[in-house]
Write a protein that binds this ligand. Structure first.
Ligand code: ATP
Length: 231
């Protein structure tokens, strides 16, 4: 579903990502972990079209994403969530559904309220009045109403309480059960390794140094010694 080939992202003279390659198969849940400043967010932003690639290619279903990531079926939930605090929960969800027809839009909202009953209960509440974890659930739901082919999640558990971290990891696990293709950036390395089908490890400056499943990582303790101790 997603193929990143030799991606380089630069901010002026800083090379945040240097020749990174990764792939995510249809229906796969793939993790991307690494210490602060490794280049994880910049990789996601390049896929979402928010930063340009200085070099390399991003393909979705074999086609270059180019300038239209939304048309390519990519939904991106940024680290800071970016819900609209001054709008209601429902208005936020409607914004996520603008690419769908009117009847589809109502059906998608119903689907989200069934899936996330809390959002149904709070549909008329100001989104800014929700807790951080509830806002994260809203941000994920807003991305899902567009029925994306590929969902990019940037540190969805950042700053959440332990109970909410459990809840968000549970939601991510359920997305995989529903066949949604997910690329998940996380600081919570061990839980990501346990959940994901495969995980990539990045380290500064912007290099992918390991790719594999939790079982593969456990078979190769040098990877843990060399890279995961950094985390
Ligand atoms: P974090 O978990 O801290 O977000 P990360 O692995 O997601 O880390 P990035 O945010 O992609 O890493 O940052 C990679 C490098 O690029 C870092 O050195 C960072 O300081 C730099 N960087 C990121 N965004 C910008 C920007 N807008 N302008 C200049 N440098 C940037």
């Amino acid at each position: 579903m997603l193929e990143i080939r030799d991606l380089t992202v630069r901010y002026g003279r800083i090379a945040a990502v240097q020749g990174a390659s990764l792939h995510v198969g249809e229906g796969e849940l793939v993790g991307l972990v690494g210490p602060n400043g490794a280049g994880k967010s910049s990789t996601l932003k390049a896929v979402a079209g928010l930063v340009g690639a200085a070099d390399g290619e991003v393909l979705v279903a074999g086609e270059p994403v180019g300038s239209s990531p939304i048309r390519a079926g990519i939904a991106y939930v940024p680290e800071s969530r970016r819900i609209f605090g001054g709008l209601t929960v429902e208005e936020n969800l409607r914004l996520g559904a603008t690419t769908r027809g009117r009847s589809d839009r109502s059906a998608e909202l119903r689907r989200m309220y069934e899936r996330f009953p809390l959002l149904g209960t709070r549909r008329r509440s100001g989104a800014g009045d929700l807790s951080g974890g509830q806002q994260q659930i809203l941000a994920i739901a807003r991305a899902l109403v567009a029925r994306p082919r590929l969902l990019l999640l940037d540190e969805p558990t950042l700053g959440l309480s332990p109970a909410m971290i459990d809840e968000v990891f549970g939601i991510v696990a359920s997305l995989r059960e529903d066949g949604v293709t997910v690329l998940l950036v996380e600081q919570n390395t061990l839980r990501t390794l346990a959940l994901a089908d495969r995980t990539y490890v990045m380290r500064p400056p912007g290099q992918i140094v390991f790719e594999g499943s939790q079982a593969e990582l456990e078979r190769d303790p040098t990877v843990e010694q060399r890279y995961l101790q950094l985390l």
